[in-house]
Design a protein around this ligand. Structure first.
Ligand SMILES: [Zn+2]
Length: 473
């Protein structure tokens, strides 16, 4: 049962922190004509972070049930005329749990009838679509929770708030790091059945709706990645998977906080960008983003879970340098941020998160020295410095930045992280990243403990080096 002290659910979509860079990053200018390793690359690097808070659903007192019908043989005694409403509510909750667990087993076993057994015929078409999409994604775990007791809506109709944690691409019931959604359902208690008659899409508070809730998905599954998209994009999946597989192999080298079970990438057109994950229309220039997702906790709250990636379908070509760079960058976010501990985000994590994603795309200093591997945004950073626009700080990009400023901020973040890798090594950096970007710890204390100096002193040191590196590029 639920603890009695749960806070009411916060209304509406959680606001992005003010420093969070929302979708809509402008494209880069073309690269210099001398032909660095990637021509005509337009890398949009967005990470849309859902504010992960301990979102809890309120407990509403259940109202007396109106019927005493015996609804099946459960472990819980069927209520009779003499029982109070709480007995009936408890009975229905246990009944729902048993039916949902059964249905989930059907999903994992590829038994569609069993999956449908908890649903009323009126929603079978919709639930068949979900079944097919989840099966295409190789769903490997699907664990329901009843978040609060059934609420009597009268006339035999009951509202149930549910959560579900799922994993994709693994072996059935294998240990995995799940992502979750919270959603509302309506059930009908009639004769000898208790069935779901309505399933709402998961709401933006839990980064919903997810693609598998609202699309007829097709998918290609590789060793480390799954690439999926609406059926109309099916012909793009093979190309995208080959790019995703090598980007995943690359990102795995940086997944030092825990292995990513399987990288999950969705191809989206404008319509899907605007609909999925509740982030709204990200604008015309979005190429891709990685979105950290919540995991539903035992008490119906949320904590950070896995991440999923969305890439624009128009860019999905195996030989596209832009597509490759975007994939490498976004999977870099997944590898470094997935299942971070519960924390409040701090502004200082922006340059570390984007900087390391840029580095994962570009390559670490020992693998990709800047002389032989020119950095994509070097011209923008140079231009930005020429205009004397930099304040020496690692400010997050914002929606009001012009194209040059936005790109230069990513570039400066890259140089900063590249310098820390080069000078002090990867291990120290990953320790530092863990403190600030994954745990939200105090920047000054974190810098002292890892690099033995104040945050300000480190930024000054970095600023000097960034200018040097950019000049030499
Ligand atoms: Zn990014």
């Amino acid at each position: 049962m639920l603890p009695p002290t749960m806070a009411p659910r916060p209304p509406g979509f959680p606001a992005y922190p003010p420093y969070q860079y929302p979708p809509g990053f402008p494209p880069l200018p073309p690269p210099p004509p001398r032909g660095p390793r990637r021509a005509a690359a337009v890398v949009v690097t967005i990470i849309a972070l859902i504010l992960i808070t301990t979102l809890t659903l309120g407990v509403t007192a259940a109202i007396a049930g109106q019927s005493n019908a015996v609804i099946g043989d459960g472990a819980v005694k069927s209520p009779d005329d003499n029982d109070g409403s709480d007995v009936r509510v408890n009975y229905l909750e246990q009944k729902a749990k048993a039916e949902l667990a059964d249905s989930a087993e059907g999903l994992l076993d590829g038994n569609e009838d069993k999956w449908l057994s908890v649903y009323d015929g009126s929603v079978h078409d919709e639930m068949k679509r979900r079944y097919n999409s989840l099966r295409a994604l190789r769903v490997s775990s699907f664990d329901y929770q009843v978040v609060k007791p059934p609420e009597d809506k009268s006339g035999g109709t009951w509202a149930l708030n549910l959560g579900v944690n799922y994993c994709l691409g693994g072996k059935k019931h294998a240990k995995c790091g799940p992502s979750g959604i919270l959603f509302n359902t309506e059930w009908t208690d009639k004769d000898d059945s208790f069935l779901i008659t309505r399933v709402d899409e998961s709401d933006p508070n839990s980064a919903g709706p997810r693609p598998w809730e609202v699309e007829d998905l097709k998918a290609k599954v590789g060793k480390r990645a799954i690439v999926a998209g609406p059926a109309k994009y099916e012909d793009k999946l093979n190309d995208a998977l080959s790019v995703a597989e090598s980007a995943a192999e690359n990102a795995d080298k940086y997944a030092v906080y825990g292995k990513v079970d399987r990288y999950v990438i969705f191809l989206a057109g404008d319509e899907e960008f605007a609909r999925w994950y509740g982030i709204g229309d990200p604008g015309d220039n979005v190429v891709g983003f990685a979105i950290p997702l919540p995991e539903v906790t035992k008490n119906g709250g949320t904590k950070p879970g896995g991440s999923e990636v969305v890439v624009h379908v128009d860019r999905a070509q195996a030989n596209s340098t832009e597509f490759t760079a975007t994939m490498r960058h976004e999977l870099g976010h997944v590898a470094t941020l997935h299942h971070s501990p519960e924390h409040h985000r701090i502004e200082e994590d922006w340059w570390l998160s984007e900087g390391v994603a840029e580095l994962i795309d570009h390559g670490a200093p020992k693998d990709a020295p800047l002389k032989e591997h020119p950095y994509l945004r070097s011209r923008d950073v140079q231009e930005y410095f020429k205009k004397d626009k930099w304040n020496g700080k690692m400010d997050p990009a914002t929606p009001t930045d012009d194209q040059l400023t936005g790109s230069a901020k990513y570039g400066i973040a890259f140089y900063g992280v590249y310098y820390l890798f080069d000078k002090y090594g990867k291990d120290k950096f990953m320790k530092y990243f863990k403190k600030i970007a994954r745990n939200g710890e105090d920047p000054d204390k974190s810098t002292k403990s890892v690099y033995g100096k104040s945050y300000d002193a480190l930024l000054k040191e970095i600023a000097k080096q960034v200018k040097k590196m950019a000049k030499a590029a």
